[in-house]
Design a protein around this ligand. Structure first.
Ligand code: ADP
Length: 501
């Protein structure tokens, strides 16, 4: 992929982009075996951005064969840890050097504001590759406490070919969270990007080769879930599927595993996360700012979005004033290529319609829409939805139970701490949770009581690379980031050696 840019606005730079849309298999760009293509549509204006190869089972077969051959060759899996680390670190440097290319590609391909790409997605992805690389030679096996005539030890070895199936909301970052630990642990990867965000993974694959990785270590097959994704998850030579997406498809991954080779499956399947504002919160304006970021940031297309905002009744009017004020001031939809824009379009028109449908369900269900609730004026050509606030929501309403994946906040009142915990836990999901309180005891009781994989006290959606990311209940069973993630892409081998006295 060659990207030539010159100084100028992001629009000028976007106009000069040329895209490589073929699959990346065995070290090179290749057309799909069927020759079929599909379109990448820019959701900000509906224009066709690029034609992309539409991979299917035949291409997955080619990619898995390439990865398996490379894995067995040992060219990657048996590299000395620090040699693998050096390539991964060079890879991270190259991604950083191409920050503006990644920013432009993902912004045009799926609509998120370019500022979000430059301040969140790209730096966090680079950080993910660096952290994971640095972990490579920190992962150790163990030696058993056996009798003196025996030496028993446990090795950690890579799994083989890992299939990564990722979503469209953070195309670069979600890909990094999956492929970085899989590659660092010595596996070869076949990546299936979401069909709504196809392009940045191709640049990633070519940069990995430039960093010195052997061909076949990272293959990228774009295509539809039911074609390419299904074929990858059913493939008998794939030893693990690392998946982020919907609950429905996450469950299918486990079915596919059972129908094929009992491959390991790790899932991250979204949430309906409670963000609790207690009356004793130190500063309501600060809480409102974080609550708004938690649901309107990245257009609400965030798996750990704080979409259920639980507010203690005594402060409800004051909180609503503060929260609406931030929403109106800081979250104004606009052109994602403008650096001042904080809310871009939804990823596709289908996603826009899905979110608008939920807004309709909220209104019909009796919730009170006090902000937004439709398509912003003047932006009808794109897939936009206005940041929307519902009050008077009860936890049994559809908009409080289902993941909307858009900028729609449901405000749910509660009376006591016990009510808050009971409402928070009354959900099939359990990804994240937040609480605002000045009472240390309340804060840590909540951390203990809430059924969620991640809890934020007096902030929201924070964390770093050593903070495991993953959920409880139907939010999935996997953990991204952290040393454990790396370990989860290995398997143990127990060795029992009788060495005599
Ligand atoms: P969303 O609803 O957010 O688009 P999905 O769960 O449908 O989330 O998609 C997440 C990822 O799973 C995407 O890469 C998609 O292509 C893939 N996918 C969708 N359906 C299947 C399937 N039947 N088998 C394998 N992968 C799938």
């Amino acid at each position: 992929m060659t990207i030539t840019r010159s100084a100028g606005s992001w629009h000028d730079q976007a106009a000069k982009l040329s895209f490589e849309g073929r699959l990346f298999i065995d070290g090179d760009f290749r057309a799909a075996a069927s020759g079929k293509m599909f379109e990448s549509i820019n959701p900000a204006n509906g224009s066709v951005l690029a034609e992309v190869s539409r991979g299917d089972a035949a291409d997955i077969d080619r990619a898995v064969a390439s990865s398996l051959k490379t894995f067995k060759s040992g060219a990657w899996s048996r590299l000395a840890p620090r040699a693998r680390m050096a390539i991964m670190l060079r890879f991270a440097d190259l991604i950083e050097q191409h920050a503006s290319d990644f920013a432009l590609i993902d912004t045009l391909d799926m609509g998120k504001p370019i500022t979000e790409m430059l301040t969140v997605d790209v730096p966090l992805a680079v950080n993910c590759f660096r952290f994971t690389a640095e972990c490579i030679d920190k992962m150790q096996g163990t030696v058993g406490a056996t009798s003196p005539d025996v030496l028993s030890y446990v090795l950690r070895q890579p799994l083989g070919v890992v299939g990564c199936i990722v979503p469209w909301n953070y195309p670069l970052l979600m890909t990094a969270w999956k492929i970085a630990p899989a590659l660092a642990a010595g596996n070869c990867v076949v990546l299936k990007p979401a069909e709504q965000s196809r392009l940045s993974a191709l640049l990633l694959a070519s940069l990995f080769m430039q960093a010195g990785a052997p061909a076949g270590v990272l293959n990228v097959v774009n295509g539809f879930g039911a074609e390419a994704g299904r074929a990858l998850a059913l493939h008998r030579d794939v030893e693990k599927i690392a998946f982020t997406g919907s609950v429905e498809i996450g469950k299918l991954m486990m079915v596919y595993s059972g129908q094929s080779n009992l491959k390991k499956v790790s899932t991250e399947c979204g949430g309906k996360s409670p963000h609790v504002i207690m009356a004793d919160a130190d500063n309501l304006e600060t809480a409102a700012w974080w609550a708004a970021m938690g649901i309107f940031g990245n257009q609400g297309e965030v798996c750990c979005a704080g979409s259920r905002i639980l507010v203690q009744t005594s402060i409800l009017p004051d909180f609503l004033d503060a929260f609406s004020a931030v929403a109106k001031k800081d979250y104004i939809p606009g052109d994602p290529l403008e650096t001042t824009t904080t809310v871009g379009p939804m990823v596709t028109v289908e996603q826009q319609q899905r979110v608008l449908n939920y807004i309709g369900i909220g209104k019909q269900g009796g919730a009170d829409c006090i902000l937004g609730g439709g398509v912003p004026e003047g932006l009808e050509a794109g897939a936009y939805v206005s940041p929307t606030i519902f009050t008077g929501v009860s936890n049994s309403m559809t908009i409080a139970r289902e993941e909307i994946f858009g900028p729609v906040a449901s405000i749910i009142p509660f009376d006591s701490y016990e009510d808050a915990v009971s409402i928070a836990n009354d959900s099939n999901f359990g990804l994240a949770a937040g609480i605002w309180t000045s009472n240390l005891g309340t804060a840590h009781r909540f951390a203990r009581d809430v059924e969620a994989g991640m809890v934020y006290i007096n902030s929201y959606m924070n964390g770093d690379m050593q903070f495991p990311f993953g959920g409880w209940k139907e939010s999935g069973n996997g953990r991204d980031k952290c040393m454990d993630a790396l370990v989860s892409y290995t398997q143990t081998k127990s060795v029992w050696a009788t060495i005599g006295n």
